[in-house]
Design a protein around this ligand. Sequence first.
Ligand code: ZN
Length: 392
Amino acid sequence: MPQTTALTNIAALVTNDPAQGDGSPLGIIENAALVVEGDQVAWVGPTEKAPPADTAHDAGGRAAVPGFVDSHSHLLYAGDRTQEFNARMSGRPYTAGGIRTTVQATREASDEALAATLDAHLREMYAQGTTTVETKSGYGLSPEHEARALRVAALSGVDEVTYLGAHVVPPEYAHDADAYTALVAGPMLRECAPHARWVDVFCEEGAFDEDQCRTILTAGREAGLIPRVHANQLSYGPGIRLAVELDAASADHCTHLTDEDVDALAHSGTVATLLPGCEFSTRAVYPDARRLLDAGVTVALSTDCNPGSSYTSSMPFCLAIAVREMNMTPDEALWAATAGGARALRRTDVGRLTPGCRADVALLDAPSHVHLSYRPGVPLVSEVWRRGIRVA
Ligand SMILES: [Zn+2]
């Protein structure tokens, strides 16, 4: 029998199971306990009813939430973009071309350097309460370099790995994007598919157009990968409708929305993943979360952690922006950062704290999860359990 640990004296435990506690979507149990068995949750409920466990751990009246599910990041990179950020904050606009700077540095980096950068970011994320991480290739842009990045990811603690050969057209194909598309959908895909679960494209003017994206995503699907799409970030476009057409797990960014886009998402299984760290870091207009939620769209929040347009690894920070700037309620933002992220990754074992789920818990130095947005920038995450092990 695996060891059991009881976390007791939790002021308010967010389970994300409406059948628990207060019956809200967050399923909050007050004066709660949570029993961990091995790497899973074995029991949740009121402290006084907790079953006996091998060891007990007093949460000291803190709140507990499911570990955050960061379903969109770009951590397989090398190099530094400080100058670009500094320039942008001094008045020059962001364009997709900035990615190429990182591509050159990434191609030149050793496997060890890539792995070390990834590992450092994962530790940073865990310390801030994130327990499930997706990350993407997309800074190699050749069969050799894309597959290498995905192998590095597969050997790390990353939960979900995405093939993003279609991040930007590399300089050597600058005048023949269709030839590069054929490479991404052909030989590069064959090298990369064994190391990834997802296929992603950057559907945007200056990156890949609708036909190119459809070609790549369809080929990816035939190779056993599930589509997700960088959609409607910098301008209106076909990205969201393409994501829905191909039953993508997620359309990410969703900053420029038509009524048709909102309607398509609302009648689909595709999650709208909002990445407010990106708009924050580029002084851009935030996506209209309220419009999506009111239309019945499933919304996720993620960091988009990457060295170019959103260099934050903090889910609490993104959650606070979503509440303050995007008119999400504190409850909606927490749900989107946990259960919503899990939906965007088609996972049922994370993003909630119910028996059988992964024991991924963040304890907050606060009596309620509302403090995550009420006290922005304050390091409230004081203890993190991932797969039943204390990682921070
Ligand atoms: Zn991205």
